[in-house]
Design a binder for this molecule. Sequence first.
Ligand code: DER
Length: 219
Amino acid sequence: DEQARKKELAAKAAVDYVIENEYLGVGTGTTVSFFIAALQQSGKKVKACVSSSDATTRQLLAFGFPVVELNEIQGRIPVYVDGCDEIDANFNMIKGGGAALTGEKIVAQASDKFVCIADDTKLVKQLGAFALPLEVLPKAVEQIKKSMEGIRGVPKVRECITDYGNNIIDVSGLQIQDPLKLEEAINQLPGLVTCGIFAKRGADVLIVGSSDGIKITTK
Ligand code: DER
């Protein structure tokens, strides 16, 4: 379908950013799935991949890539490739649609260059049309739901358990004028594991697939 074609275009273009024989951080989602296949197709060799989720680890191993734990490497990761659910003009993102936001944020934090791959439906003027995912400890679910209602959000617990055994609350109805401010405020909530706003650590390069091809912008 058309959206898949746009994702694949962006994913293929990201292969150029991969540095041979270096560590590579890999995100989660369908756009990343196209990237893993394109990277294998390219024959480029990486030292090893650092994965953001169990699902991505399984896919990387299936495609023959070596995978190492983040704790096993001393330095920084040069490049991290991942998708998003929304991205604004300042490269702030909403992520977590794939329930992998905690692993994604950890590996993104350890990486020097975040290359975001997306189809053009992900581009927004203001974050928040996509319900904001929060990873929360089960014990804190009701309390955090109330906090979100307190800022006029509409929280809904997602039917899933994350790689870390936690819940996801999707919060719709938020008008996110200042992504960084809201990310930092939500981070203070007891029991909050990860906020799906990626503003403190946003993207550095954006590769967008559209029906006219790809567009690459660097922050
Ligand atoms: O969960 C995430 O943040 C992923 O990056 C995911 O939402 C990206 O979605 P995709 O399946 O459209 O690539």
